[in-house]
Design a protein around this ligand. Structure first.
Ligand code: ZN
Length: 116
C-alpha cells in the first residue's frame, strides 16, 4: 500500500467510524422506546408478561445494534480497507496511523507496512 492509498483508506475509515457513531446514537434513542412502552403499560395494566417480553426483546435488539455499531462495524471496515498490520494484525488507526505515515512501519511490531 502506498502512502496516498493509506491516507485515502484512513479518510474512508473515519467516515465509516462517524456512521457507526450515528448508529450508536440511534440505538441510544431507540432504548427509550421499550422503556416508555413498559412505563406506560406498568402504569395502566401493571407489570405483566408483555412488559417482560418487551424488555427482553427490545433491549436485546437495541443493545445488539449498539454493540455491533460500536465494536464489530469499525473492525470489519478496518479489515476491509486493509488498515491492519499484515504481520501482527493490529489496527493501524489513531496514533498508530501517524507512525505509519511518518515511518512507513507498523507502530506495534515495526514491520514494513507502506511500500517504498
Ligand atoms: Zn505490526
Amino acid at each position: 500500500m502506498t502512502l496516498n492509498e493509506f491516507k485515502t483508506a484512513l479518510r474512508t475509515y473515519r467516515k465509516q467510524e462517524l456512521r457507526a457513531l450515528l448508529f450508536f446514537m440511534v440505538g441510544m434513542v431507540g432504548l427509550t422506546l421499550p422503556a416508555s412502552f413498559i412505563e406506560e403499560r406498568a402504569k395502566t395494566m401493571g407489570f405483566d408478561i408483555w412488559c417482560i417480553l418487551v424488555a427482553v426483546i427490545g433491549f436485546s435488539l437495541v443493545g445488539g445494534l449498539m454493540f455491533y455499531s460500536a465494536a464489530r462495524l469499525p473492525q470489519k471496515c478496518m479489515r476491509r480497507l486493509g488498515l491492519v498490520c499484515p504481520t501482527c494484525q493490529k489496527p493501524l488507526v489513531g496514533i498508530t496511523a501517524q507512525i505509519v505515515v511518518a515511518t512507513g512501519k507498523c507502530g506495534y511490531c515495526g514491520g514494513q507496512y507502506l511500500s517504498p
